[in-house]
Design a protein around this ligand. Structure first.
Ligand code: NAD
Length: 266
């Protein structure tokens, strides 16, 4: 990170007062929570969509050339995903969990960095799946994603299940692929039951995931947004923290007004 962008101290203090008052915090994270771990987001300049054209799910299923394009992108991007380490923002959420203040993290990310930072797997709801495994679309068997990387590097570019010959695909949700229903319902339920929604690193434009913070707002929760660029919900947020996710989350938790060791109070 060349220049660290931090929000104004008075905005951090306002956010910290909301943290202190909250009984049940739900975090909603997007690609921006992981850029400081070295994983590019999709839409920022230099992001993934400035270099690749997305492969839609129906193209993946029906077009061998689209699958080859998909696996070429996978082959190139996977080492970054595999080598990434949790950053200060992931660690801050894990610390909130340790303190008993975080109900769950709802994430659009597929990098499993929240779990690796210390959030237990059952406190992380993955709306777009998990890139650390691949599955057969026919027989349903799954394998660690790491096991297929050598096959890609050896030149395979349309991977098939060794057991049944079905198409292999990472266990992530591709564009045009239905979202996992159980995760989506659970995310909506937890969002509707929180009293503070903490959005970190999302443009809030990918639906239906971006509706999750709206569920929280409609149920009366307060809203903090930590993001480098503007989002469609900024006007409805109680506090917008325009800054880098890691240093901003560290400042928020360390702010005297947060007093996170004490029981919550209004
Ligand atoms: P996005 O790429 O649309 O937007 C990311 C947002 O984060 C932007 O608004 C950007 O300004 C902000 N941002 C970037 N770096 C930041 C930082 N250091 N601190 C604070 N804010 C920062 O991402 P999205 O809205 O999450 O949605 C796109 C889709 O991308 C998701 O569905 C997700 O599945 C997928 N995705 C996931 C990963 C990952 O798993 N790490 C990476 C790329 C894309």
């Amino acid at each position: 990170m060349a220049t660290v962008l931090l929000p104004l101290p008075e905005d951090i203090a306002r956010g910290a007062r909301l943290l202190r008052a909250a009984q049940r915090i739900v975090a909603f994270t997007g690609a921006g929570v992981s850029t400081e771990s070295g994983i590019p987001d999709f839409r920022s300049p230099g992001g993934i969509w400035s270099r690749y054209r997305p492969v839609l799910y129906h193209e993946f299923l029906g077009d061998p050339e689209a699958r080859r394009r998909y696996w070429r992108m996978q082959r190139e991007l996977y080492p970054t995903l595999a080598g990434a380490q949790p950053n200060a923002a992931h660690r801050a959420l894990a610390a909130l969990w340790e303190l008993g203040r975080l109900d769950c993290v709802i994430t659009q990310n597929i990098d499993a960095l929240h779990q690796r930072a210390g959030c237990p797997p059952d406190c992380v709801i993955e709306l777009h799946g998990n890139g650390t495994r691949v599955g057969c679309l026919q027989c349903g068997r799954t394998w660690p994603r790491a096991e297929v990387q050598p096959r890609l590097e050896a030149g395979e570019d349309d991977l098939r299940c060794e057991a049944c010959g079905g198409l292999l695909k990472p266990t992530t949700v591709a564009f045009g692929q239905p979202m996992p229903e159980r995760e989506l319902r659970e995310a909506q339920r937890r969002a509707a039951g929180c009293d503070l929604m903490l959005v970190i690193g999302s443009t809030l434009v990918v639906y239906p995931a971006a509706d999750i913070p709206v569920c929280a707002l409609e149920a009366g929760a307060r809203l903090i947004i930590v993001n480098l660029s503007a989002t469609p919900l900024d006007d409805r947020a109680d506090v917008v923290l325009r800054g880098h996710a890691g240093p901003t989350m560290e400042a928020l938790l360390a702010a005297p007004a947060a007093r996170l060791e004490d029981p919550p109070s209004a």
